[in-house]
Design a protein around this ligand. Structure first.
Ligand code: IPM
Ligand code: MG
Length: 355
């Protein structure tokens, strides 16, 4: 196959982790005889510095004409610490999601046997936990307008909006994935307080009837936050709105050992985007210490979801498992002081794939 991949490394550790994901991607392509082309473009703080726009038109055009997008991370301390900044790196990510119509963010939460001891939870609670969080990605509070400040600057407001159509398409998607898994959907909302959540629940209750073979459970988000800690194995497919999904998946990622492990796939109307769920970790940038596994696993998701190449995805996963079993890992998940650098881990994985 001929695969055209747009590469958006972004900020902070983005370029370092993306470089390792590209090594793994190239290794798989070589092994399985695919012709691959990588084309890079700017997004985030580096795009603001170069063009003034966190998601420049050229970047969008590249994404549109590519078969998939591999995305690193965005964000920079100078913006985090300046609430008055007019243009922010995160706007680049949100604009990309909106313009590519990426309404569903799939965040698989799985455990790795060799990482269980790193979990802040007891091993018996997390061992075997395996669920998919489907986060709505282009609606809700992160996109609702109006958003802003009063004239005197002392009052601020955001708007949470959802339409029936936005809810319907993602709920159907949740059932589609549940049917391929253990046939259970948990709809997470705050229907006891929020009008948008009540619409979510109403629409989900209607759609539920079309999938009688799938068990449906409704849960308030605060309760879900607790249950992820208390009984993560009770979830199969969790579907929720944008902000709840953002928060719950950071929580879910650490129960499996490290935020540096969780990949994601954003799918929707145009080209799909594959990115780690973690951020740009500016404190580690340039130090060759960041964990590249979430990004390498995002490349595995890219082969599986964007290209339907399951064997290729599996080859990457196997190599990641092998690296962890061999202890070839970065400091966030290393035992004692046997930590390897970002590049050492990426090289080892690429070599393993090609063996
Ligand atoms: C994520 C990130 C982003 C989000 C930020 C960087 C805008 O936290 O992908 O989870 O909130 O969606
Ligand atoms: Mg987040």
């Amino acid at each position: 196959m001929k695969l055209n991949i747009a590469v958006l490394a972004g900020d902070g550790i983005g370029p370092e982790i993306i470089a390792e994901a590209l090594k793994a991607t190239q290794a798989v392509a070589t092994k399985f005889g695919h012709e691959i082309s990588f084309e890079e473009a700017l997004v985030g703080a580096c795009a603001i510095d170069a063009t003034g726009n966190p998601y420049p038109t050229e970047t969008h055009e590249l994404c549109m004409r590519s078969d998939a997008v591999l995305f690193g991370a965005i964000g920079a301390p100078k913006y985090d610490n300046d609430p008055a900044a007019k243009v922010r790196p995160e706007q680049g990510l949100l604009a990309m999601r909106k313009q590519l119509g990426l309404y569903a963010n799939l965040r698989p939460v799985t455990t790795f046997p060799s990482l269980i001891h790193q979990s802040p939870l007891r091993a018996d609670l997390v061992e075997g936990a395996d669920f998919m969080c489907i986060r709505e990605l282009t609606g809700g509070l992160y996109f609702g307008r109006p958003q802003g400040r009063s004239e005197d600057g002392n009052t601020a407001y955001d708007t949470c909006i959802y339409t029936r159509e936005e809810i319907e398409r993602i709920i159907h998607l949740a059932y589609t994935y549940a049917r391929q898994r253990r046939k259970k959907v948990t709809v997470v909302d705050k229907a006891n307080v929020l009008a948008t959540s009540r619409l979510w629940r109403q629409v989900a209750q209607e759609i539920e009837k079309e999938y009688p073979d799938v068990e449906t459970e409704y849960m308030f988000v605060d309760n879900a936050a607790m249950r992820i800690i208390q009984w993560p194995k009770s979830f199969d497919v969790m579907v929720t709105e944008n902000m709840f999904g953002d928060i719950l998946t950071d929580e879910a990622s650490v129960i499996t050992g490290s935020l540096g492990m969780l990949p994601s796939a954003s799918i929707g109307l145009h080209t799909s985007v594959f990115e780690p769920i973690h951020g740009s970790y500016p404190q580690a940038a340039g130090k060759n210490i960041a964990n590249p596994l979430a990004t390498i696993l995002s490349a595995a998701l890219m082969f599986e979801y964007a290209f339907g190449l399951m064997e290729e995805g599996k080859a990457i996963r196997n190599a990641v498992d092998a690296s962890m079993e061999a202890g070839i890992v970065t400091e966030d998940i290393a035992q004692a002081d046997k930590a390897y650098s970002t590049t050492a881990v990426g090289d080892w994985i690429a070599d393993y794939i090609q063996q």
